[in-house]
Design a binder for this molecule. Structure first.
Ligand SMILES: Cc1cc2nc3c(=O)[nH]c(=O)nc-3n(C[C@H](O)[C@H](O)[C@H](O)COP(=O)(O)OP(=O)(O)OC[C@H]3O[C@@H](n4cnc5c(N)ncnc54)[C@H](O)[C@@H]3O)c2cc1C
Length: 497
């Protein structure tokens, strides 16, 4: 009987980074993925020769020496990843109905301020206060900036700061607030409750430098898995974990859907915490702990429209566009009738051409309630009513896009769509939530998920711990692994590359 040092459930970024770290540090690791393909939200799929990202499509701070670069160096990815730097003068563009201005988010802090001053010349001091606050907030966030640390601590005062308080503090100009909040869609931002640290980490990471994976983000997953295997680890697909075998307070093994038992000393779950708790039998953990985690609110899902374009008909855009109705994100009503009040789009980078776009991806927030009637059905077998529902959504989104990009409809060859139900099937996330458990600056302690669980050798990792996105999930995996191999040791190793 093989007994691993660690079994990792799920091969999303969090699972693969955890698997890589423990393998590189000498442990015998097995990563178990329920699907036939690894990656979770890093997965890509190909249709009609075009490669599409399902989730992650741009990343920040990959200039040599920057935050993510330091982590990725230790993961042995920096020489292998194929990335394209987004437009320095505007990696994200914010636009509104009835306003022809394209508000640019530029890379580099000085550039960022200078770009916004062209639209808001009176706001210099506000913009300086905004950027200096962002810089100081990220310094206090656990492991965002990799440094040798002795202990993992969470500054509750930091979690209690709300993003809107900063925006209200730096300006009274409504349009500028909406521009600064303009990438709220990247984290399901809510003016009422989004913590400042989420806004600050996302913004800072991308201002430092912004990059788009060429031919998609699957390469990150594949390279991490290659690394795990190189260090003697195992990555198994089509291996869905059904339950834990738990004796007293410790897990002994996981049991796969096919009945196979896999034994280990430690277990890390990259699955959503609620899915993980569902793998633990009643009576094995305290009811109150289970109830607290099951009761947490999740962020919304997304409706994704993957459009194949006629050859050489539309330029490749080296930036992302976030579009809002005239009221901006801060005036959003958020009901189905008004959908889509906001959406964002990008043209994937391909190794074939950087002059023309082969495809365009349009993403809009979507609540799970809209698809809950098809819960329990399987991908491609959800029936005619679901297909018609998706078509109506897609056509509405395309109509809205046509107003922003006149003539785009004529360039469409065909399109594919996905809904939160698709995410729920492909990543196991609760209600197809895009970014996992919702963090709330008004009640931060409630939504904190620590890596340690009530089962002594079972740990959580992934976007629900700490923060979502490339940097958040990477830092979460380091925090999780540090529970097994020590934080000071690990941060020193990673800092030294
Ligand atoms: C539309 C969209 C766009 C995004 N764009 C960006 C972006 O541009 N930049 C960025 O930084 N972030 C982006 N994000 C966020 C980012 O993709 C996620 O935060 C991150 O990829 C989550 O990684 P994870 O490891 O926590 O979980 P996941 O990617 O959800 O992985 C979990 C894995 O666990 C597996 N699993 C679950 N249950 C089981 C089981 N029982 N047995 C075995 N395996 C199981 C799943 O199949 C999955 O592979 C985006 C997200 C979405 C939805």
């Amino acid at each position: 009987m093989t007994k691993y040092d660690a079994v990792v459930i799920g091969s999303g970024l969090g699972g693969l980074v955890s698997g890589f770290i423990l393998s590189k540090e000498g442990m015998n690791v097995c990563v178990l993925e329920q699907h036939s393909k690894i990656g979770g939200n890093l997965q890509t799929f190909t249709r009609d020769g075009c490669i599409f990202d399902t989730g992650m499509h741009y990343i920040g701070s990959m200039n040599e020496g920057q935050y993510l670069y330091k982590y990725f160096k230790y993961f042995e990815l920096t020489d292998k990843l194929r990335l394209k730097k987004l437009d320095i003068e505007g990696y994200d563009i914010i636009t509104f109905d009835h306003d022809n201005t394209e508000y640019r988010m530029a890379q580099g802090y000085e550039n960022f301020i200078a770009a916004l001053l062209t639209y808001f010349p009176e706001e210099k001091s506000g913009l300086e206060r905004y950027t200096s606050t962002i810089k100081s907030v990220v310094k206090g966030f656990p492991l965002y900036d990799l440094a040798e640390v002795d202990a993992f601590t969470i500054d509750v005062a930091l979690l209690e700061q709300c993003a809107m308080s900063l925006l209200n503090d730096v300006t009274d100009n409504k349009r500028m607030k909406n521009v600064l909040a303009g990438a709220f869609s990247l984290y399901a931002g809510n003016p009422e409750s989004t913590p400042l640290y989420i806004h600050a980490c996302t913004r800072d990471s991308l201002i430092n430098s912004s990059w788009r994976p060429i031919d998609g983000s699957q390469q990150i997953a594949d390279l991490l898995a290659e690394g795990i295997r190189k260090y003697g680890g195992t990555v198994l697909t089509s291996s869905r974990v059904k339950e834990f075998d738990i004796s007293s307070e410790k897990a002994d093994a996981v049991i796969l859907e096919n009945g196979e038992k896999i034994f280990a000393d430690n277990f890390i779950s990259n699955a959503h915490p609620v899915s993980t708790l569902n793998m633990i039998g009643e009576g094995k953990i305290k009811k109150i702990y289970r109830k607290r985690i099951i009761g947490l609110e999740n962020t919304w899902g997304v409706f994704s429209l993957y459009v194949i374009l006629k050859k050489d008909s539309f330029p490749y855009l080296n930036k992302n566009y976030f579009h809002y109705n005239a009221n901006g994100i801060l005036g959003a009503i958020n009901n189905v009738e008004h959908w889509p009040e906001n959406y964002y789009f990008y043209t994937p980078a391909t190794s074939n051409t950087d002059k023309y776009a082969e495809s365009i991806v349009v993403l809009a927030d979507m609540k799970f309630e809209e698809v809950s009637q098809w819960l329990g059905t399987k991908v491609n077998k959800r029936g005619e009513s679901y297909e018609s529902f998706k078509k109506r959504k897609a056509e509405k989104l395309l109509d809205t896009l046509e107003k922003r990009l006149p003539g785009i409809r004529e360039k469409v060859v065909k399109y594919y769509t996905s809904t939160p139900l698709t995410f729920s099937d492909y990543t196991g996330t609760v209600e197809g939530s895009a970014y996992g458990i919702m963090k709330n600056c008004n009640d931060p302690l409630r939504s904190i998920i620590l890596p340690r669980t009530k089962v002594s050798n079972l740990f959580f990792t992934g976007q629900n711990i700490n923060l979502h996105g490339i940097l958040g999930v990477t830092a979460s995996a380091v925090i999780t692994c540090s529970e097994i191999i020590g934080l000071k040791y690990l941060t020193k190793k990673i800092s030294n590359g």
